[in-house]
Design a binder for this molecule. Structure first.
Ligand SMILES: Nc1ncnc2c1ncn2[C@@H]1O[C@H](COP(=O)(O)OP(=O)(O)OP(=O)(O)O)[C@@H](O)[C@H]1O
Ligand SMILES: [Mg+2]
Length: 534
């Protein structure tokens, strides 16, 4: 068995025992270094595994392991515990060494210095047990060099990483946390790092080779380019990409943990199940945990609608915290009523959260989002290509879809065929945004009596002819109706008779889609249209 895997056996002992001190004291008594196998057995025994179970885990025979322990470890333990020689029974070990047990997990002496930078305190935290376990496995036991946590805004990346650092920091010489929210140049991060570790301006990678450090880089998406396909860096920030590439590809004993709304492309290129570069896509909280979060916000477990609410916001803790507030303030704590009344209404904060993300993507990606918002159902690539009237067979559309997926704005379903749809929280936001954009256009159209400045009205159907009935009904209610109301409001405000506008814009209609939209809005007469919006 190779030494490395022996080192990784029974890691749970670390949580309860001050192993570093215990190893050091035993080595003082034995006057030599403990063998990896002795350390592994000690950890196992402290966790109350029997010698036979430990032998099995180590692929030794129990006889051979007993001999090994009798000639070494057991004798050192007796001496350390001031017990007569040859009296040790394995069951006694944890009792005899109890002075090395941490009195309480929360009072574990914090020996590892942590430079938290701008990391928030996370006083309240529910669930995420599986994620914490996976990350601990990757970082501590599999010794991953670069680990990414990515997922949409507010899903809980930062909170999870704070808890992770609290849990595993004792494995490192130093933990250094920096947020790139304000687009911190790499040179500045390194400068601050050098100050903290009192490094004599050596290369980061050399320091990472010599010691085991944990570097956390939060808000990584801030240094990625706006309006580009996911993954490219802002002009002065490419050096981050090179650094991550090096830290992933070269040998060293440290770890960099990257938190990002978007999936950095270095991770994608380097990562793999057997490789020391991995990433975890963080999804919403599990229903039970999200429920605990809501209960802590003053709802009682019997309140009806709790589970629908969690489902509607996909367990996004940020969204849930925001709507919890709204529900208390505006709906007197009545979740069911909130759900009934607010099919379109996203909390302001959540909207700004998505707004920030939305403002960063390319025009093609925006159009894809608008289309998916409009279609309101999972769509195949070919259908989307047709609808968007993309005639080239190039991969731009596919790239845009992948890019949006990395940004956690869309989901891919693969029941029978691959289809794309919006994350539900994103759907509401994009739908509202599309309405806002079309409203701007109709306002301008009525003010200028011209169709010259229309883009959305020319390219997007307000209601799809071919959509299934139930979807068409929703499109009429959520899309067409508010826009039509707006048109009528503007016409009466500007005292423009409908017929006059109809006449003026009649000759300006150039495309079929524009014509259909004008008919839907009542701005073009079409006796064949049977569509009624009332
Ligand atoms: N497991 C959890 N239990 C309770 N609250 C949580 C949990 N996870 C996150 N939160 C809370 O939800 C909010 C959003 O979490 P956080 O800031 O970690 O999200 P994020 O993914 O880092 O978002 P962003 O992309 O905007 O940085 C915070 O108020 C945080 O405290
Ligand atoms: Mg964050």
């Amino acid at each position: 068995m190779v030494a490395d895997s022996v080192d990784n056996i029974f890691p749970e002992a670390l949580q309860e025992w001050d192993l570093a001190r215990l190893y050091a004291d035993l080595e003082r008594i034995s006057t030599k270094e403990l063998k990896p196998i002795e350390k592994a057995c000690l950890r196992g025994l402290l966790c109350r595994y029997r010698p036979g179970q430990i032998a099995y885990k180590l692929s030794w025979t129990s006889g051979a392991l007993r001999v090994e322990l009798n000639k070494g470890l057991y004798r050192y333990v007796e001496a350390l515990a001031n017990q007569p020689p040859n009296t040790l029974r394995w069951e006694k070990i944890s009792e005899w060494l109890s002075q090395y047990r941490y009195p309480d997990r929360r009072s574990v002496p914090q020996t590892t210095p942590i430079d938290w930078g701008e990391a928030p305190e996370v006083p309240q935290f529910f669930g995420r047990r599986d994620e914490l376990q996976t990350l601990e496995q990757w970082i501590i036991h599999d010794r991953c060099r670069v680990v990414g946590i990515w997922g949409m805004g507010g899903i809980g990346k930062t909170a999870l990483a704070v808890k992770l650092v609290e849990k595993i920091s004792h494995h490192f010489q130093l933990v250094f946390w920096r947020s790139l929210r304000h687009v911190l140049p790499l040179a500045q991060v390194i400068e601050e790092w050098n100050q903290t570790v009192k490094n004599d301006r050596g290369q980061l990678i050399d320091a990472f080779r010599n010691q085991r450090y944990l570097l956390v880089i939060d808000d990584f998406e801030a240094i990625l380019q706006d309006g580009e396909l996911s993954g490219s860096y802002r002009p002065s920030c490419e050096s981050y990409g090179n650094l991550i590439h090096r830290l992933g590809a070269e040998r060293h004993q440290s770890c960099v943990l990257i938190l990002s709304r978007e999936h950095p492309k270095e991770l994608l290129l380097l990562q793999g199940e057997d490789l020391p570069v991995r990433s975890l896509k963080l999804k919403g909280m599990q229903t039970q945990d999200a429920k605990e979060l809501l209960l802590s916000k003053g709802f009682n477990p019997q309140t009806s609608g709790i589970e629908e609410l969690i489902q509607q916001y996909r367990g996004n803790p940020s969204a849930l915290k925001i709507v919890a507030l709204t529900i208390h303030e505006l709906f007197n704590g009545n979740i069911a009523e909130f759900l009934r009344q607010t099919s379109l209404n996203l909390g302001d904060v959540l909207r700004s959260l998505l707004y920030e993300q939305f403002s960063r993507i390319s025009d093609l990606e925006k159009d894809v989002l608008y289309w998916l918002a409009l279609k309101r159902r999972p769509i195949e690539l070919t259908e989307l290509r047709q609808d968007m009237e993309i005639t080239t067979t190039g991969s731009e559309l596919l790239d845009a879809l992948e890019s949006l997926r990395w940004r956690s704005l869309i989901e891919k379903t693969t029941d029978t065929q691959v289809k794309f749809m919006l994350e539900p929280v994103v759907m509401k936001y994009v739908n509202q945004k599309l309405i806002d954009e079309v409203n701007k256009e109709v306002t301008l159209m009525i003010q200028t009596k011209s169709l010259a400045h229309t883009y959305f009205l020319q390219h997007f159907p307000l209601v799809e002819d071919e959509a299934p009935d139930n979807i068409r009904a929703v499109q009429i209610r959520l899309m067409l109706k508010p826009i039509k109301d707006r048109v009528n409001q503007l016409l009466s405000k500007t005292k423009t008779p409908m017929e006059e506008l109809q006449k003026i814009i009649k000759d300006q209609i150039t495309t079929e889609r524009l014509e259909n939209n004008m008919v839907l809005l009542g701005l073009r007469l079409d006796t064949q249209s049977e569509l009624s919006t009332t």
